[in-house]
Write a new protein. Structure first.
Length: 277
């Protein structure tokens, strides 16, 4: 399903939600209480700004007595998504975020990946995948990066561990191009990049990736991910803990200027290596 038609389907979902809520004579706040989300979330669902998770759609059906309509529609739209189930809500929220902060311990964050790097990562994790599958995953990942180029782009911070620079993903040419892409994005002021050197040793977040997102009219969220699953967190106390961990990561990192110098040096080393092979 093309992106435009998928968005149109979510807009229909929202229009139907608003219509059925009106028939039930419920305000957004009243329906929100019944399905365990805020009234503001219900408003965002109705405007197709935010997409409900499947369990929320199921509770909406129960509250509005719609005989599984919203669950069936949600399942159909989810099945057409190019993202893993645990990441779909995150991809939707990235578009709405006013600020994104990421920590990556081993791999360049998806929003900053080149197509060649994304392809190498995808094939490494799916060695028997068809070319169609690989291209779909690469296209979905590079498409997400468009949010960093618009006039309303979010403020974007990326803290990388030095390991990200030292693993030659895709070979020396690919990793050199990826690191040069990071430098170009930083110099274009699309992202503020800092690097935690290996010499630092232990740091404040040793268990995987971390993404923090802030929004104009919604509470902040945190997203953590391991190899096979991810968790989107919106409990204020937990998000506050994640924000503190990110602050400590930034303290452990080199300055942006020193980080860029390190990234450029690594890219040059890879280029030299590629030219001699």
């Amino acid at each position: 399903m093309a992106k435009a038609s998928r968005q149109a389907a979510w807009e229909f979902f929202g229009a139907e939600l608003k219509r059925h809520r009106g028939v039930a004579e419920l305000t957004q706040e009243e329906l929100g209480r019944q399905v365990f989300v805020s009234g503001g979330y219900i408003g965002q669902f109705e405007q197709a700004i935010r997409k409900p998770q499947l369990d929320v759609a199921q509770r909406i059906d129960d509250s509005l007595q719609t005989d599984g309509f919203f669950e069936r529609m949600c399942r159909k739209l989810i099945d057409k998504s190019p993202y893993a189930e645990y990441f779909r809500a995150v991809a939707e929220l990235e578009v709405l975020a006013t600020k994104i902060c990421e920590f990556a311990p081993t791999v360049v964050p998806g929003l900053l990946q080149t197509a060649e790097y994304a392809r190498a990562v995808t094939i490494a994790a799916n060695p028997f995948a068809t070319e169609e599958y690989v291209e779909e995953k690469v296209a979905a990942r590079t498409e997400r990066a468009h949010i960093l180029k618009g006039t309303t782009r979010p403020e974007y911070w990326a803290v990388l561990h030095e390991n990200v620079l030292r693993v030659p993903v895709g070979g020396t040419d690919v990793i050199a191009g990826q690191l040069e892409h990071l430098v170009a994005a930083a110099r274009a002021r699309q992202v503020l990049v800092s690097v935690i050197p290996c010499a630092v040793g232990a740091h404040a977040y040793m268990t995987g990736t971390l993404k923090l997102m802030e929004f104009a009219e919604s509470p902040p969220t945190a997203y953590t991910e391991t190899e096979f699953s991810g968790t989107l967190l919106d409990d204020p106390a937990v998000v506050k803990q994640a924000q503190r961990a990110y602050d400590l990561l930034r303290v452990a990192a080199l300055s942006p200027q020193a980080s860029l110098a390190l990234i450029e040096s690594a890219a040059e080393d890879y280029r030299r290596c590629a030219s001699t092979t």
